[in-house]
Design a protein around this ligand. Sequence first.
Ligand SMILES: Nc1nc2c(ncn2[C@@H]2O[C@H](COP(=O)(O)OP(=O)(O)OP(=O)(O)O)[C@@H](O)[C@H]2O)c(=O)[nH]1
Ligand SMILES: [Mg+2]
Length: 373
Amino acid sequence: MSQLMYDEDVVMFEEYFTSSSKIEYEIRKKYGSQAKILQEKRIGRGLLSFILPPKIQVTGYVENKQKKQEEEVQKNILKEIESLKKKLPVIDSGTNANSPRKFKGIQAAMEVLEKNGFASACIEDFQNTMLASHTVEELEDKQTMQQSLVAYLEKRIQVYDDSAVERKQKIITLVGPTGMGKTTCIMKLAAKLRNEKKETDQTQVRIISLDYFKVGAEEQIRKFADFVKIECYSNNDSSEFMTLLKKGKRPEVLFVDTAGKSSNSKDDLLTYKDYLDSYEKKMHIFLVLAANVSAIDLSHAIESFSVYNIRGVILTKLDETQCPGLALSVCMQKSIPIAYISYGQNLVGKIEKAETEQILKRLHGLKYETIKG
Ligand SMILES: Nc1nc2c(ncn2[C@@H]2O[C@H](COP(=O)(O)OP(=O)(O)OP(=O)(O)O)[C@@H](O)[C@H]2O)c(=O)[nH]1
Ligand SMILES: [Mg+2]
């Protein structure tokens, strides 16, 4: 018995038998149950046909099913691997610093951060976070990456929960390096509170200026206080006012303005330490920082002023920078909440309670509204 032909899918066979009774059994035994018989042909034996039994030629084929199935399985596995590869996070990004740039979506998102002046460490952290948590398909998609950028910033930017500040009898003190906008913020905040106050609200808004260093500082704030009809105290009568405040039954909001201090001078920095510590519980000390200052100086100021119990920062001069991301990344890196944002020299309406949404809306090219629908 022998095989005759072979091709990829079919094995043809040709076999010879002397009796027809065992043909099927023998064929199945050799070629399996799937073997098909095409033809059985009696072959004459000439003169010997009187002595020998007839010879039967059997031709047939077997489909090479197993091979086909194996190939099918292999194809499916390859397909599966390809689709899994697309879904897997890109974890080997570290080996090639430029690799994320080839994904259009993440590239566009990183450009938004760059355009807004975010620090390179912050951009790198965003990039690594995205590569570790997104599929290739997602990294390619601009819409998805913009959404992920918004989610990333929402998570990283801390805003000050001012429900505590809303309590009555509070003292809001602003400290910081020179010229950052402390006095301006005090006036803006006092004017805002004064404007929002209802007729029935007994809250007294008051200001104390502890700045006896700068010529004209006290006069400036007094003039403003007179204009908006807010009581104003200077350093000379502050102790008298504080005694009143301690005994006072009426709820009060007191804004304390301090003189600008150099982040480089420890002694200078500590000027108000004893004074501010004595009111620790009621005191909400905010560090005022201008957004148009270098990241190094902002970081240094946050570190130096941590001699005080700083609750958060007030970012000013956002109207004077093209890079709001710079101050934001410093706050993110230092894990310090942002309490207020201020922009413009006008004293009315140019200060806002910090809210992530408002901050993100100010970023160039983020299309916050479209993303949030
Ligand atoms: N464009 C702009 N200017 C501001 C802003 N805030 C303050 N300024 C200006 O910055 C300058 C300094 O503001 P001040 O409020 O006097 O700053 P300060 O921190 O009290 O300064 P010192 O008391 O000297 O430490 C003034 O000319 C303000 O008008 C702001 O948000 N935007
Ligand atoms: Mg001042």
